[in-house]
Write a protein that binds this ligand. Structure first.
Ligand code: HSE
Length: 338
């Protein structure tokens, strides 16, 4: 059994981590929930036991014999504190973007590149990719292995929970204000604009090339995880959905490759943790309301391009707090302990 620390224990991903650890019956000996001083003393439950959140400090890992430290408290926290967990002997599974593109740190989606976990010893850190990237590479991997991808174009429809609890609370508050006829006065804090009854085509900071940081994460992380160098272009959009990111994905295969819808469905359906839901006639397709609280990446609307035989379109949806964060981190830990 293992001693686990969870940094960011009071956040949306931290809370989900406790649920996933319990559901998969992760072999826990002791659990150390950590957060800022504001949350110290709050109790968390996992596997029938109650643990008190302690304040994250540089010395909190010393002498605690932690085997695995999950970090989900933002990049600046990981940048400062991950080294103390590593020095105390833990492997850090980091859910922030801080280490993701470090060439010495493996970036892992266990269904896609489980072999990279072995590289953890170089730094003591394994990076968990961005949520939108995780669900996309789960759909790209089976198609790329069989047919060879040349280019991917993706538009995302990202839930407010991608911005944590503050994002969810802001959407709920604005909807309440809407029904009280005071949406105009509703506070705008978590996002740049009102998110209720709106969509916002910007997630994270602008980059010099006209893309956003979230979009460039999808470009760079996809190729690092898949060990590829195909072209990716992303447009990332925030939508007023509480949980689960949706993605419209266009895959261009190499010249001359002609993948039928049936072949694509079969390849996707056979891939671990992917489910095909795809029948327009009976209105069956992936949506946030079917994926939320599940550990699958759902895919549907699989169709061939009207004009080019080597282009396929599909629609993928997954609960990004689970598949795209907590569940992926726990799946990494499960592979690491083997
Ligand atoms: N960057 C994501 C979002 C969060 O804002 O939706 C998941 O890592």
């Amino acid at each position: 059994k293992y001693n686990i620390a969870v940094v960011g224990a009071s956040g949306a991903v931290g809370e989900e981590l406790f649920r996933v650890l319990e559901e998969v019956k992760f072999p826990i000996n002791d659990l150390l929930p950590l957060a800022s001083a504001n949350s110290a003393g709050i109790e968390v439950e996992c596997q029938g036991n109650t643990y008190k959140i302690e304040e994250l400090t540089e010395s909190v890992f010393e002498g605690r014999d932690i085997d695995i430290a999950f970090f989900s408290a933002g990049g600046s926290i990981s940048a400062h504190y991950a080294k103390y967990a590593v020095e105390a002997g833990a492997v850090v599974i980091d859910n922030t973007s801080h280490f993701r593109m470090d060439p010495d740190v493996p970036l892992v989606v266990p269904e896609v590149n489980p072999e990279d976990i072995e590289l953890w010893e170089d730094t003591g850190i394994i990076a968990n990719p961005n949520c939108s990237t995780i669900q996309m590479v789960q759909l790209l991997k089976p198609l790329h292995d069989l047919y060879g991808i040349k280019r991917v174009d993706v538009s995302t429809y990202q839930a407010v929970s991608g911005a944590g609890k503050a994002g969810m609370e802001e959407l709920v508050r604005q909807m309440q204000d809407f029904f009280a006829f005071k949406l105009d006065e509703s506070e705008v804090k978590a996002f740049a604009h009102k998110i209720a009854l709106n969509v916002i085509p910007q997630i994270d900071t602008p980059q010099p090339n006209g893309y956003t940081k979230e979009e460039m994460k999808m470009v760079n992380e996809t190729n690092k995880i898949m060990h590829t160098d195909f072209a990716v272009s992303a447009t990332c959009v925030r939508v007023p959905v509480l949980r689960s990111h949706s993605e419209s994905i266009t895959v261009t295969f190499k010249e001359g490759v002609d993948v039928s819808v049936a072949e694509a469905r079969e390849a996707l359906d056979n891939f671990e943790n992917v489910k095909v839901v795809d029948d327009l006639e009976t209105h069956q397709y992936p949506m946030p309301i079917i994926s939320t609280d599940t550990d699958y990446t759902y895919v549907g609307r699989i169709r061939k391009d009207i004009f080019a035989e080597n282009i396929l379109h599909m629609w993928g949806v997954a609960d990004q707090v689970r598949v795209g964060a907590a569940t992926n981190a726990v799946r990494i830990a499960q592979k690491w302990i083997k």
